[in-house]
Design a protein around this ligand. Sequence first.
Ligand code: NAD
Length: 349
Amino acid sequence: MPPKPSEAPRRILVTGGAGFIGSRFVTLLLDGSLPEFGHPEVTVLDALTYAGNLANLAPVGDSPRLRIFHGDICDRSLVTWAMAGADLVVHFAAESHVDRSIQDAGSFVRTNVLGTQTLLQEALKVRPGRFVHVSTDEVYGSIPRGSWTEDRPLSPNSPYAASKASSDLLTLAYHRTHQLPVCVTRCSNNYGPYQYPEKIIPLFTAGLLDGGTVPLYGDGENRRDWLHVDDHCRAIALVALGGRPGEVYNVGGGTELTNAELTDRLLKLCGADRSAVRQVPDRKGHDRRYSVDFTKISTELGYAPRVDIDEGLADTVRWYRENRAWWEPLRSSPLGKDDDFRVDICGSA
Ligand code: NAD
């Protein structure tokens, strides 16, 4: 049973709250879409890296219940300030792009591992009622068939996934060692509005809307489960309010597609055909398939994905079509160009 709003957390710290998923979570908290939280005060702590964008918070930008701290989760004194009085911490902040981690993993280790540890250490003083660490299915590594349950040993393959696995283990260790009430969520590939155009869905959509070509890795047969960002945020809300301390919860969308199948759907939605697809050499160490078993969160907390993939993709493409002013500057900046970075056509985090 979710708590009554009167018992729900009043002060929530959201790290990475100007990124794709974090900003959506903050928006849903502040616009009343998660009524089980009542009317919380929300503090965002975000370094505003290339992936962070205050425009992502525009829908709730004038809320008197929103405070934004611009800074680094590795900065202990800033973390002390931002976390003061928080009764819930939801930790999204991360370097999140696999291909950048293949080029140079330094910032991934710093933010994802050291940054998480800095937050956990501060949480020992503040003792929030729950600390939710948002992680990824990629920590399990590739699975040819079947689906991972939460007790599967971790076997990450990319430097990104290895840094997230490290942060998961640290988070769980703070529970075992210090009884910090943490939960870890491991979700599949998210999609929806405001996703930085380096991941497959916004990258391909923006490229196709511009009449260009899109780069498909290898044979296009890598498979991913797709999860709408709103379903993911609802799952995080369930875990934040009802998850058992020290537990891991997988979150899936229940929709598995090969990259080629996903590309075909995007081509259709954007009015393009297969001539717009460039085959490019595969990513180094590219995991073939991810799949999470999300029975645990479904049975314990009543989670079920609600957004149908066809409707979700159509809405997402429509959003990119109608919000060029958001993504055009990002694509034209050096960090948004797919020639500079091997784009994450797996759409993985
Ligand atoms: P994102 O890259 O869009 O956003 C990350 C945010 O973190 C940005 O706003 C960035 O400015 C901020 N940030 C980065 N380094 C920071 C630092 N040192 N200090 C403070 N802020 C910092 O990522 P996202 O897609 O929204 O992912 C959010 C979380 O969900 C991540 O932890 C990621 O590993 C996880 N995840 C994402 C997906 C996905 O499909 N997008 C899938 C599984 C898990």
